[in-house]
Design a protein around this ligand. Structure first.
Ligand SMILES: [Zn+2]
Length: 301
C-alpha cells in the first residue's frame, strides 16, 4: 500500500472510530459522527414547519410564560457540557396529544396534552423527558447509526483513492432522505433513558418524581389502544416504563417519598394553566404522522 493510501486508510479509521464518544450526561458510549452544530441546525430548520403543522403557538402569553418557567427550573440541572444550549419551550395550540424535542434545544408540548394534566410536576416530567432526548443526544445517535453504514461505504471509497471529505459530504444527503419523522422517532432504550433523565431533572428542581408515573399512566389510559404520542411511543410498552419509573422512586429517589420538599404543585397548575387550556376533546387525538415507523426503525420493534 502506498503512503498516500495508508494515510487515507488511517483518516477513514479515525472518521469512523472517532465517532464513538462518551455522553457527559449519561456516561454511555455512543456513535456520533456529525458535528453537534450540524445536528442542531437541522432542528432549527425543522422548527417553523412543525409549529405550523400544529396550528401555531398558543395565544395566551400567561400560559406560554408559565410553561417556560417550568422548563427553566429544569435546564440549570443539565450537565455543564450542555450549559450553552439555548432552550426554547413551545406550547402548541393543538388538541392533539403530543410532546417532542428537536436537537438544538427546542422542546414542544401541546395544549391537548396539558388539558389532561392535574399538576405542575406532570408538566415538568414531560419537559424533563424531552430535555433528556436532547442531552442524551438521541437524534445524533440515531442519525449516526443510519449514516454509519453509508460512511463505511464512503470509507471504502476513500481507501480506493477517493476524496477524504466524502463522508462528511455524504451525510446531509442521507439525513435529508430520512425526513423529519425520523428525527422524532426514538428507540426503546432512548425512551427509558429520557424518562430517567427527566426524573433526574425534576427531582433536582424540587418536583415529586411521582409526576412521571402519573404522566405515563394518563397517556396509557388516553391512548386506549390507538397510536400513542412520542412521549409514549410503542416501544417499550407503557407498563415497562411505569414500572421502571416506580422502581427508580423506590431506589435512588426514596428520599423524595412523603418528603414535603418535593412538590406536585397542583393548585399552581390549576391557577396558572387551567384557565387557558379549554376543555379536552372527548376522543383523544394523537398525531399519526410522527408516530409511524418510516421503515428506518423496523429492526427496533
Ligand atoms: Zn420520548
Amino acid at each position: 500500500m502506498s503512503i498516500r493510501k495508508t494515510m487515507l486508510a488511517l483518516g477513514a479509521a479515525i472518521l469512523l472510530l472517532g465517532g464513538c464518544q462518551t455522553n457527559p450526561e449519561t456516561g454511555r458510549t455512543q456513535l456520533r459522527l456529525l458535528p453537534s452544530a450540524q445536528v442542531s441546525a437541522m432542528g432549527t430548520e425543522a422548527k417553523p414547519g412543525l409549529i405550523n403543522e400544529y396550528g401555531g403557538e398558543v395565544k395566551s402569553a400567561e400560559l406560554r410564560n408559565y410553561i417556560d418557567e417550568i422548563g427553566r427550573k429544569l435546564t440549570p440541572h443539565v450537565a455543564e457540557e450542555f450549559a450553552e444550549i439555548e432552550w426554547d419551550f413551545v406550547v402548541l395550540d393543538s388538541e392533539v396529544i403530543n410532546a417532542f424535542a428537536l436537537p438544538g434545544g427546542n422542546v414542544f408540548i401541546s395544549r391537548g396534552l396539558l388539558q389532561r394534566f392535574t399538576n405542575e410536576a406532570q408538566v415538568a416530567a414531560v419537559l424533563g423527558h424531552e430535555i433528556g432526548h436532547v442531552t442524551g443526544q438521541h437524534v445524533d445517535e440515531r442519525i449516526s447509526q443510519a449514516v454509519g453504514l453509508e460512511g463505511l461505504l464512503v470509507g471504502i471509497g476513500i481507501l480506493a483513492g477517493g476524496a477524504d471529505s466524502e463522508l462528511v459530504r455524504a451525510a446531509p444527503t442521507v439525513i435529508g432522505g430520512l425526513g423529519t419523522g425520523f428525527l422524532l422517532k426514538f428507540g426503546r432504550d432512548q425512551e427509558l433513558e429520557a424518562d430517567s433523565l427527566g426524573m433526574r431533572y425534576m427531582v433536582a428542581a424540587g418536583y415529586d418524581p411521582k409526576g412521571m408515573v402519573q404522566v405515563l399512566e394518563i397517556l396509557r389510559d388516553a391512548a386506549g389502544g390507538s397510536s400513542p404520542p412520542e412521549i409514549l411511543s410503542t416501544h417499550p410498552d407503557p407498563g415497562r416504563r411505569i414500572n421502571d419509573a416506580k422502581r427508580q422512586i423506590e431506589n435512588q429517589y426514596a428520599h423524595t417519598r412523603n418528603n414535603p420538599e418535593y412538590h406536585l404543585r397542583q393548585s399552581r397548575f390549576e391557577q396558572r394553566a387551567r384557565p387557558h387550556l379549554g376543555s379536552p376533546s372527548a376522543v383523544a387525538l394523537f398525531a399519526p404522522g410522527f408516530l409511524e415507523c418510516h421503515g428506518c426503525c423496523s429492526s427496533r420493534h
